[in-house]
Design a protein around this ligand. Structure first.
Ligand SMILES: Nc1ncnc2c1ncn2[C@@H]1O[C@H](COP(=O)(O)OP(=O)(O)OP(=O)(O)O)[C@@H](O)[C@H]1O
Length: 331
């Protein structure tokens, strides 16, 4: 095993039961998170990004279950198989918020409106650290200052509705970072924010990473955000990782037609001004469909007869770049 890897997801499978249907939300997903780096998980809505994150954190709802594969956390006390832990067992509770934290897309629904911001930041400290009330207050104020929230001492006594959207998201980062976790999973942390604030929040996360050495999994549907913030990238489509590599590999030599389509769908700094932004035709199929051929075939501009007959396996290039496509050379 590579010493630099902190989290290893191998052939993970997660299914949801919806009535009599089985939804294959995560279907043979593998990736590695390296220490102090940011892995981007990117793909359209419904491709299984959040289900992957919730599987790692053991935060799946009752209807969801990990049915295969493994999630190995290389922690300070040795390796822990997270998928084997009870969702609310002692070990998982001791890791969640302390060593592995998560920030969610919508701060409004994640922050509790009836508690002050300081009280909500204090919760993780009470749970995981042996500190006096005064020491906790000091840590919270220092964290809010680090997050660029002016007048931190006073503001930690205020309620979420007294904060702007961007400030609320800073608080969410504060809650996630207060115990200095080794891993932070950020699920679309900037989606609800306008573009300037988005950039500030991303910069702030990178800042925190530089200062604290945090490893980040950044979930997004936006290739522009991947380009700005990530070092490694997993592109997901319908529960599978269809392309995986370093940022350079993915951006300089995209191999999967879906990755290429995603890139054409967002403006990226430096792109030709006259180039039109494209949408990907069609919609993601229902995740309960059982496929015997490539899941992307109906939306793919490069598909051939074989693509309708065979399920592509992962192909690994000599430089480690991976793709799940029969036509990656031709597309
Ligand atoms: N609680 C649930 N019950 C049933 N199906 C679910 C549940 N949560 C997610 N799914 C299904 O699992 C699949 C993956 O969903 P997931 O939320 O992981 O996608 P996503 O890529 O995170 O999308 P988004 O960007 O919209 O958050 C989808 O088909 C979705 O409908």
């Amino acid at each position: 095993m590579n010493q630099d890897v902190i989290l290893q997801v191998k052939h993970l499978q997660t299914k949801f039961r919806v009535g009599r249907k089985i939804v294959n939300a995560v279907n043979d997903v593998s990736f590695e998170l390296k220490k102090g780096r940011t892995l981007g998980i990117v793909g359209e809505s419904g491709c299984g990004k959040s289900a992957s994150a919730h599987s790692i954190m053991q935060l799946l709802p009752r209807s969801g279950n990990i049915t295969g594969g493994s999630v190995i956390y290389h922690g300070p006390k040795g390796d822990i198989r997270l998928e084997q832990l009870k969702r609310n067992g002692k070990m998982m509770r001791s890791l969640r918020g302390k060593e592995i934290s998560m920030i969610f897309q919508d701060p409004m629904s994640s922050l509790n409106p009836v508690y002050t911001v300081g009280r909500q930041m204090e919760e993780n400290l009470i749970r995981h650290e042996k500190l006096t009330k005064g020491e906790r207050k000091k840590r919270i104020v220092a964290m809010l200052e680090e997050l660029g929230i002016p007048d931190a001492e006073r503001r930690c006594g205020e309620y979420p509705h007294q904060f702007s959207g961007g400030m609320k998201q800073r608080v969410m980062i504060g809650i996630a970072m207060i115990c200095n976790p080794r891993i932070m999973i950020a699920d679309e942390p900037t989606t609800a924010l306008d573009v300037t604030i988005q950039a500030q929040i991303l910069e702030l996360m990178k800042d925190m990473q530089r200062k604290h050495g945090t490893s980040i999994v950044l979930i997004t549907h936006n290739m522009g955000i991947v380009a700005e913030a990530c070092e490694e990238v997993a592109v997901m489509y319908l529960g599978k990782v269809v392309e995986y590599g370093t940022l350079e590999q993915i951006f300089e030599n995209p191999l999967h037609p879906y990755t290429k389509a995603l890139m054409r769908s967002v403006p990226v700094i430096g792109m030709d001004r006259d180039r039109e932004l494209m949408t990907i035709p069609g919609a993601t199929p229902d995740a309960s469909t059982v496929f015997r051929h490539c899941e992307f075939v109906e939306r793919c501009g490069s598909a051939c007869g074989r693509c309708w007959q065979e399920m592509p396996e992962v192909i690994c290039m000599a430089d480690g770049h991976q793709v799940r496509c029969l036509r990656y050379k031709e597309s």
